[in-house]
Design a binder for this molecule. Structure first.
Ligand SMILES: *[C@@H]1O[C@H](CO)[C@@H](O)[C@H](O)[C@H]1NC(C)=O
Ligand SMILES: *[C@@H]1O[C@H](CO)[C@@H](O)[C@H](O)[C@H]1NC(C)=O
Ligand SMILES: *[C@@H]1O[C@H](CO)[C@@H](O)[C@H](O)[C@H]1NC(C)=O
Ligand SMILES: *[C@@H]1O[C@H](CO)[C@@H](O)[C@H](O)[C@H]1NC(C)=O
Ligand SMILES: *[C@@H]1O[C@H](CO)[C@@H](O)[C@H](O)[C@H]1NC(C)=O
Ligand SMILES: *[C@@H]1O[C@H](CO)[C@@H](O)[C@H](O)[C@H]1NC(C)=O
Ligand SMILES: *[C@@H]1O[C@H](CO)[C@@H](O)[C@H](O)[C@H]1NC(C)=O
Ligand SMILES: *[C@@H]1O[C@H](CO)[C@@H](O)[C@H](O)[C@H]1NC(C)=O
Length: 498
């Protein structure tokens, strides 16, 4: 084992030639810029049926087929102390995670689960004790199944009060320590993939639009209704935080947005117009309401009555409800004009075909860092240059391929450089969170994981082993690119051939 570690170390010191080849170091970032990593509750915690937790819509979806489930996942619920130690050893400034709503408030509403409360208090305290700043996301795709059953979850107005009550518990119980709150994870992607395409929970869609056979949903209306309710729920929680907690707790609350960078498939005028339309549909759907108080005109014109409208009061509430924007970016993608006159679901309303850029697939991302620079520049120029935290960015690789993930190192090195370029050109980006700290239960393709740490899901102990990228990121964070530090856990014997 030591031999393997030292081989990796030698390899790493050859690759990480420090400032010279990277061309930058973390000291080039402004004072206070934070570097972190991230996970989400459902994908990491496990303990799905322990200590009073009830199922989320994510549990229901993965249990609806005979495939793998996340009942144990990384077993973070039991191994959080060990994991915080790894974060500390790596040199992370900050860590992003989410709170499982059905663990904290089983069934979504009503009494707080004391064991759920204790878990998050202990985890947050452990982070703080190690000098790691917690960045908490309140809802990361894991809505309580009970609320989905009762009234259709995000498709019903009732979710606004229930979400606000959940947020209230979190602010009250954790807000003395937690200073950075994101309300809802990638609402635009959730509305598209969960309510038009039907590929993420709650897997709603209606024929002929979904990518799966859906039993429930309406692809013409639900993407718009659910996103509208997410914006209102976010705005309601944000108002609550600002009126009841912010003065005492001195934290910040923001919304997130999934941000593909969109480029025209060809230089034709049609493709260029389609690309701007797609930017309005995909980014503007969330960002226009947050920064201007209403949806983009092009969406209102095309979607018509199917697009919910804001009352004046709601518009005021949503506008400026986000003190920072959480950007989630993985890859650019191409848009080609689609001449279909059918306007009946979100995708056809957009009249743009989403075409993978180059050799990119969902599981295999190319290194195209200008996409992230494009997103940050676009936000700067079109939405008043708000404070931005990049809350997810990373590259998947085949889970069982190798600890020597040079492709991930290449990606991170290039994307962090892109962030630096954007910052140097005036973007208010204040932090970067790599996705993900360790291999997680991934839904899009279980075999492609994003971790800096390998997790052996066949091992009952769920042993964690540092990949080359963990050594690289640690060396970058500590400004010691020449000699990656010992990361406490040795690689698994299963990788002896590497
Ligand atoms: C949906 O169901 C139909 C009829 O049962 C079947 O032919 C089709 O392949 C299914 N489509 C998907 C995406 O599962
Ligand atoms: C979706 O909702 C719209 C508006 O209520 C309705 O006209 C349409 O028939 C519904 N579609 C389905 C598949 O239920
Ligand atoms: C995208 O562009 C390529 C040429 O670069 C072309 O072959 C292809 O047909 C275009 N796709 C669409 C849907 O227009
Ligand atoms: C796609 O992959 C092929 C084969 O590996 C490579 O030659 C080509 O340059 C790649 N295209 C892009 C846009 O990266
Ligand atoms: C840098 O910012 C300026 C002013 O906002 C903008 O015009 C320019 O396009 C940006 N440069 C890059 C490379 O994004
Ligand atoms: C993942 O890998 C396993 C084992 O090789 C295989 O059985 C399964 O089909 C793969 N899953 C996907 C989504 O490709
Ligand atoms: C590296 O970590 C191992 C396991 O915790 C420990 O035994 C060893 O002494 C450490 N080596 C150094 C150089 O710190
Ligand atoms: C994962 O754990 C199993 C069971 O402990 C073990 O047999 C296997 O070698 C491990 N795989 C790797 C890659 O370490």
């Amino acid at each position: 084992m030591e031999q393997i570690l030292s081989l990796i170390t030698i390899f790493a010191s050859l690759v990480f030639s420090g400032r010279c080849s990277d061309g930058y170091s973390r000291n080039d970032f402004p004072e206070g810029f934070v570097f972190g990593s991230a996970i989400s509750a459902f994908q990491w915690e496990g303990a799905a049926n322990e200590d009073g937790r009830t199922p989320s819509i994510y549990d229901t979806l993965v249990h609806s087929s005979s495939g793998p489930n996340a009942d144990i996942a990384c077993d973070g619920y039991h191994k959080y102390k060990e994991d915080v130690r790894l974060m500390y050893d790596m040199g992370l400034d900050a860590f992003r995670f989410s709170i499982s709503w059905p663990r904290l408030i089983p069934n979504g509403r009503g009494v707080v689960n004391p064991k759920g409360l204790q878990f998050y208090k202990s985890f947050i305290d452990e982070l703080k004790r190690h000098g790691i700043e917690p960045h908490v996301t309140l809802s990361h795709n894991d809505l309580p199944q009970a609320l989905e059953d009762e009234y259709g979850g995000w498709t019903d107005h009732k979710i606004i009060d229930d979400f606000s009550a959940f947020a209230d518990v979190c602010f009250r119980e954790f807000g003395n320590v937690v200073k950075f709150w994101s309300t809802i994870n990638e609402p635009n992607m959730l509305a598209l993939a969960g309510y038009d395409l039907g590929i993420v929970p709650p897997a709603h869609c209606s024929p002929p639009f979904g990518l799966v056979n859906c039993s429930r949903g309406n692809s013409s209306t639900e993407p718009y209704i659910s996103l509208h309710n997410m914006l209102l729920a976010h705005a309601s929680a944000s108002r609550l935080y600002k009126t009841k907690y912010k003065n005492k707790q001195n934290g910040y609350i923001g919304m997130t947005c999934f941000a593909f960078w969109l480029v025209p498939n060809t230089s034709s005028e049609e493709d260029q117009i389609a690309t701007q339309r797609a930017k309005d549909f995909f980014l503007g759907w969330v960002l226009h309401p947050l920064f201007f108080g209403d949806y983009p005109d092009v969406m209102k014109r095309i979607v018509g009555k199917r697009l919910p409208s804001f009352t004046e009061e709601e518009s005021r509430l949503v506008k400026d409800s986000s003190e920072f924007l959480g950007v989630i970016h993985y890859t650019p993608t191409c848009i080609a004009h689609s001449s279909s006159s059918l306007h009946e679901d979100y995708i056809s309303d957009m009249s743009g075909l989403i075409i993978p850029y180059g050799n990119t697939t969902l599981a295999k991302l190319d290194v195209l860092p200008w996409g992230l620079e494009g997103v940050l520049e676009y936000i700067k120029q079109n939405y008043g240059n708000p404070p931005v935290y990049i809350l997810e960015n990373g590259r998947p690789s085949n889970h069982d391929s190798s600890l020597n993930d040079v492709g991930r190192v290449e990606y991170l090195r290039a994307y962090i450089a892109a962030v630096l370029n954007a910052v140097r050109n005036g973007s208010e980006t204040r932090g970067y969170f790599q996705w993900s700290f360790m291999d997680l239960f991934e839904v899009i393709d279980i075999n492609y994981t994003y971790g800096l740490y390998y997790v052996n899901f066949s091992d009952p102990e769920r042993e964690r082993s540092p990949k080359t990228s963990a050594l690289w990121y640690s060396a970058f964070l500590k400004g010691t690119q020449q000699e990656p530090k010992n990361l406490s856990v040795s690689p698994s014997p299963g990788f002896a051939s590497q």
